[in-house]
Design a protein around this ligand. Sequence first.
Ligand code: ZN
Length: 185
Amino acid sequence: MKFGTPHPVISLAPCTTEQVKRTATTLQILAGTYMLQSNRANFNQHGTDPSCLLCKSGPENREHMIARCEATEHIRDVHRRKLLDILYKHCDQAPLLQETIQNPSLFTAIVLDCTNPALTHIAPFPCDAIREIIAFCQQLTHSLSAERHTQLQRLAPRIQKKRKLRQRVQKATRKPSTPVSNPHA
Ligand SMILES: [Zn+2]
């Protein structure tokens, strides 16, 4: 990408209102401003647990949300197969595509930005293909985000309760201990 030119994720995405929302979700994740549990842990001074609140199978970072979270696998699974069909149309390296789709880092790279240099083994795709892949992947990202949000809303009362309990424990352990009086004084 040349300096001063818009990122393909923006310039090649279709311009419908719904698509703008989807593009925004992808851009937030790319820019690191989408609040995942590992971001929260990095910024929170009270030692927030970076583990995914939904599946607890690892730290919730960008790759976890896009490629690994078990709680949203039902959404990913359907989209993964459709994405593979789209890729097959534009790329004849079938074994490489299979490998890319199954690899969590490469899957994340292709979903967030199919022009990513990490994908040079299967890219560059022709311009029409990039447009189609971007539109589809932004839809997938948006669906994962919506499902994550719905599940977090459901868990919210329990998460809130745990957070309050943790804050109480932290407050209690921060209390200065009573000075021990010197029996020889
Ligand atoms: Zn998870």
